[in-house]
Design a protein around this ligand. Structure first.
Ligand code: UDP
Length: 252
């Protein structure tokens, strides 16, 4: 497939656009931006983010204004299926890893912002071990005051990594990216949630069978029971709303 031919095809879920690229095409799409020196904001969308976007107009605008919105997790995949669209799930953490590998191969610099100090440092160390030619130009933990934030934004602007991975969790990471994007139109930004925790080795992903069955969220909830409050009743409620929306569309 010739990269230049890739066109976005979006499908809304409860009013929030989701790109219908395959994993490989989504990566090619980002690669074409890298090669053409273009910036972009990549969002890895999940039901929690859509539910939040329904209540927060600023967040909703950021989500729908992103340049690539990949469906992260089984919730959005099921929602699309309800709407009659077959879409592969694109785990943000795997997509980000492939993007890092691409940056290493083509020599693009990367920056990491987010997570606790020891986590982001260890994640960077592990990534350097895995991708020996990776050019990491910025590392900063994600715990800072609003006064420190403006210094951090200036630092990032000055260093200007080609791709910035932001791990502050949603919606914090998307709000911060939206501020940076205005001043750094040629940078590629991606919000990566808890990925640094996993890359640092301090948090384990679900075993592959759980991932394949679409139960990674359940595994994480069992491991971190505090997540339960975040997922329930948001996830079932989200699916009920999608079913209602789909019925409404079908009945005209
Ligand atoms: N985090 C941060 N600063 C904050 C709040 C959170 O750097 O003020 C980090 C946190 O340490 C973790 C990540 O953001 O590494 C959020 O992870 P979570 O698993 O909650 O995100 P999800 O993948 O669910 O979006």
């Amino acid at each position: 497939m010739i990269m230049e031919c890739l066109q976005r095809k979006k499908e809304p879920v409860l009013g929030f656009d989701v790109d219908l690229f395959s994993f490989d095409d989504a990566l090619q799409y980002v690669h074409s931006h890298l090669k053409e020196n273009k910036g972009m904001q990549i969002v890895t969308i999940n039901p929690e983010m859509i539910t939040l976007g329904k209540k927060d107009n600023d967040f909703a605008r950021i989500l729908n204004g992103a340049d690539l919105i990949i469906p992260d997790g089984v919730g959005v995949k099921i929602a699309l299926k309800i709407k009659g669209v077959n879409q592969e799930n694109i785990p943000g953490i795997e997509f980000s890893k492939k993007l890092i590998s691409l940056c290493e191969l083509d020599g693009y610099s990367v920056g990491f912002l987010g997570a606790k100090e020891e986590v982001v440092q260890k994640a960077a160390q592990n990534l350097r071990a895995e991708f020996s030619n990776l050019n990491i130009t910025y590392i900063r933990n994600g715990y800072f005051s609003s006064e420190e934030e403006s210094i951090i934004l200036q630092e990032i602007k000055a260093i200007s990594p080609r791709v910035l991975f932001v791990a502050l969790g949603a919606p914090k990471q998307e709000f911060l990216i939206s501020k940076l994007k205005k001043e750094m139109p040629e940078t590629i930004f991606i919000g990566v949630g808890g990925s640094f925790d996993v890359w640092s080795g301090m948090v384990k992903r679900a075993p592959l069978v759980w991932q394949k069955m679409g139960f990674e969220w359940l595994y994480r909830t069992i491991k971190e029971p505090a997540r339960f409050k975040r997922i329930f009743p948001a996830l079932p409620l989200f699916l009920v709303r999608v079913i209602m929306e789909s019925l409404h569309e079908k009945l005209g």
